[in-house]
Design a protein around this ligand. Structure first.
Ligand code: CTP
Length: 401
């Protein structure tokens, strides 16, 4: 038996919420209801009190000044049905100007929204962005249905039926609905994600080259996870020893090759993540035949390569999110922040490559994400796959803002 908190906001679909409450009660759960003033214009609070046997949390009649905290901490899950365009926007913005919204802000349990609105409102760009952003934040959104709406038009925006909502909510509670639980699985649906991975090789002659210790595991984890989340992934990779199911891998050798391959995909990418360890310097001259051993000393002149991340940062549009990495052995925060500015990235994912337990060739990593707005987030030590999910989710949130 679980504690289910049902939020009711002002829409004609309010009457269906009475059936939803009944479904939960019949399934043996405790239900408490909270209503906005507008919702009470459609259905009286006494209906919900009679069904749930608990006092309804109302805007003008709260049992105590901290009822919103009490209701929020009581809940194992919260479902708002119907969720109007107004409430969706306010939840996304973190506004708490009534009891229901204050309670939502205080929740620590899963939150599910069942939107209901007129078709044109549902297709409004801001409403769409709000829903996308809420999904990115891990809030569960129940698809609307198409049908005849209260405004006598037919189209999308009709609230799902009570039995459908009840099933989804109970599945989330029982951790059975994989699709809903892993809401981020379609978070990147249809987005173009461009990822660079692995080391580059700078040839001196046909048999000798300069490279680095990058295994490519972080970049490949990003590509695999982005692929699982529904993205169109383009991976530009140096030579690595990884078996991957990613269909579009462009293998390259040198930093210059990587730069050229990158240019082919840059413009159409929505999210760009530069996990490759690109050589900063390359021999100024590549010998066509093997250099023969001669003098006791030999000098090799190196010249700077093009900084691909910096190019991307200074040529991207406002609709592209750019993530760079900073592999550091010391002064991580200072260097990461200066790379954020110099390369005009949206996020710099910094890691300490001097640590033996993470970084190069390890399956684990610990990253601190530095954001353009000054925020920072440490992931703690986790598998590279889980770190990849965090980086992708944060990028998707930025893209939806
Ligand atoms: N990078 C790049 N092109 C280069 C060099 C680096 O795109 N020619 C990208 C890397 O993929 C990474 C970020 O820049 O996302 C930072 O790389 P890093 O090696 O940590 O820093 P550098 O800019 O090369 O500076 P330094 O080596 O001095 O730390």
């Amino acid at each position: 038996m679980s504690n289910i908190l049902v939020g009711v906001t002002g829409g004609i679909a309010c009457y269906k919420t009475a059936y939803l409450v009944r479904e939960f009660i019949r399934a043996g759960h405790n239900v408490k209801v909270m209503m906005t003033k507008k919702a009470e214009q459609f259905v009286g609070h006494t209906t919900f009190e009679a069904l749930s046997l608990y006092k309804v949390l109302r805007e003008d009649n709260t049992p105590t000044p901290i009822s919103h905290i009490d209701y929020a901490s009581w809940a194992d899950i919260c479902i708002i049905a119907p969720a109007t365009a107004n409430i969706i926007g306010k939840i996304n913005a973190g506004i708490a100007d009534n009891e229901l919204l204050s309670t939502v802000l205080a929740l620590t349990c899963p939150l599910v929204l069942a939107p209901a609105m007129n078709t044109n409102m549902f297709h409004n760009i801001t409403v769409k962005e709000n829903i996308k952003s809420l999904k990115a934040k891990g809030i569960h959104i129940i698809d609307t249905e198409s049908g005849l709406l209260a405004c006598q038009t037919t189209g999308e925006g009709k609230m799902a039926e009570p039995d459908v909502i009840a099933k989804k909510v109970l599945n989330i509670l029982n951790k059975e609905d994989i699709e809903t639980l892993h809401i981020e699985n379609d978070l990147l649906k249809d987005l173009n994600i461009l990822i660079t991975a692995g080391p580059t090789k700078e040839y001196i002659d046909p048999v000798r080259y300069i490279t680095n210790k990058s295994s490519g595991k972080m970049g490949y984890a990003l590509a695999e996870e982005a692929y699982k989340m529904g993205a169109n992934v383009t991976l530009i990779s140096g030579e690595v020893n990884i078996n991957s199911s990613i269909p579009n891998i462009n293998f390259v050798a040198s930093a210059e090759d990587m730069y050229n391959a990158f240019l082919n995909h840059f413009n159409k990418a929505d999210i760009i993540i530069m996990a490759a360890a690109v050589a900063d310097y390359t021999p100024d001259f590549q010998h066509n035949s093997k250099i023969k051993k001669k003098d006791a000393e030999m000098e090799l002149k190196l010249v700077k390569t093009k900084d691909i991340l910096e190019y991307a940062g200074h040529n991207k549009t406002n609709n592209q999110i750019l993530v760079g990495f900073a592999a550091e052995t010391d002064n991580m925060e200072e260097y990461a922040k200066s790379k954020l500015v110099k390369k005009n990235a949206d996020i710099i994912a910094a890691n300490d490559v001097s640590r033996k337990d993470i970084g190069f060739d390890s399956d684990n990593n610990e990253i601190t994400l530095f954001f353009k707005n000054g925020d920072k987030r440490n992931t703690g030590k986790q598998s590279k796959s889980d770190i990849a999910k965090i980086i992708l989710t944060e990028s998707a949130i930025l893209l939806s803002l």
